[in-house]
Design a protein around this ligand. Sequence first.
Ligand code: FE2
Ligand code: FE2
Length: 341
Amino acid sequence: MREEHMAPHLPSFPVLAGPPPRIRDDRIELILGDTEFTVEHPDPARLMALLGALDGTRDVEQLRSSGGFSGDEVTEILSQLDASGFLDDNINPAARPAIDVLLEIEDELNRGFADQVETTTFWRELTERPKLVPVNVYYGMAIENWHFLYREHLFDSAVLSFPGDHHVRAMLNDFYIEEHRHDDIVLKAFMPLGITPEDMRSSRPLPSTTALVNSLAWWARTDPVFFLATISVLEGGPAQGREGSDSFLDACTEAGLDEDFVGPLREHARINASHGHGSVSRELFDVLPAVTVATEARMRGQCSLFNELYRNFYNEIWRYWSVPERPLLRTVKHDAGKVTK
Ligand SMILES: [Fe+2]
Ligand SMILES: [Fe+2]
């Protein structure tokens, strides 16, 4: 216990930093950068033997029992060297380059997207029979998209103070500014439907939209590295072109929807694309230092939950808005009690 108090943070496998020490006039000279230390010791050869053993192949316990010095003396010498910055650690944290990890997580999310999201009735009907899709489904998708954007600060703001890397933090701040008030762009789409901004703000998102928003906010706070990996998926993915088209807008065009409604959605997609938001995750992970094996395993474990939440988001849009009798906006006043029918 006493030794732990004296040297609580000694490197696991100490390595003497800098060039090999040398003896001059019975003194040991240690060099580190521009700094030169001279150590006087009654038995310099014995100390040199210990310094020579600091090559990263022995842990502290092995050094303590290697003879020459008592265990306590070894701890004391190592503590002094460490306090002066002369010790590195040869322990390799199990980690991989962040971008390599992201590309594999992306594959996993893309597989989940193909299996779980593209197979939803919402996306099948929209891509295969856009003209037959009830118009309220188009409006409902825009409404839920707006609810999502209106609450985007709940998750984006949580990573503004990202502690892992200051470059990544600066990039996230830029992203936040670029996303700021995008809900107002989409808001304009509802005016032709007779829905005012006030109507929108007093309406309720679907529980599935709320679940997606809240899960992202939770990840942004508890597992920010995983959250960063999801940004590009939510922004349309790296394959998204710079001109800002997407499958939903294509379906709107096919179905011949009024340009007054589609225009603001198109404008948002164009801004999104011009900032290259589909590639934000890759840009962040390019800068991010290595991802540890433990973090990688945790990220993989979250992928299926993310895909389930994303699938539910679209499933519920179809379920609710494919019934034309339902009111367009879910307000407490109009539809309390109807949702479960
Ligand atoms: Fe946006
Ligand atoms: Fe965006």
